[in-house]
Design a binder for this molecule. Structure first.
Ligand SMILES: [Zn+2]
Length: 134
């Protein structure tokens, strides 16, 4: 209903003039912001970007698939790009957790693999060293 600003009579929403006093009624304009939700914030809340998912997958692969630096470093790079994009509002916020997990798993996989190779090389060097003494 549309109340008249002059006499207070309730008029129909489509009425242009008051049925009681005849004064022009203010048209009720539906607010466009109330009805249409902001699409960008909605999609941002719902889905992570492909890069965030890729960072997560690469990070996990660097741990699960026993050797790390190739997928691990790629995961770290992607995760950093994604986190930067999220900070700048260029990527959906939903990807933040995925990217962070990708970042950490990428580091863990890379470091674990690095330690493995250091140990491996150390053993070889020691073995050659011991053989050299004999
Ligand atoms: Zn009126």
């Amino acid at each position: 209903m549309n109340p008249c600003s002059n006499c207070g009579t309730q008029n129909s929403d489509t009425a242009a003039f008051c049925i009681n006093c005849g004064s022009p009624l203010e048209k009720k304009t539906p607010s466009p912001t109330a009805n249409t939700p902001a699409p960008q914030t909605n999609t941002a809340a719902q889905s992570a970007s492909g890069r965030a998912i890729a960072a997560l997958v690469l990070g996990l692969l660097s741990i699960i698939g026993s050797c790390g630096p190739v997928t691990g470093i790629a995961g770290i790079v992607l995760a950093n790009q994604e986190l930067k994009a999220i900070r700048n509002g260029m990527a959906p916020e939903a990807g933040k957790t995925l990217a962070q997990i990708g970042l950490w798993t990428g580091w863990i996989g890379t470091i674990a693999c690095g330690l493995f190779w250091i140990a491996y090389i150390a053993i070889i060097v020691l073995a050659i060293g011991f053989n050299g003494f004999r």
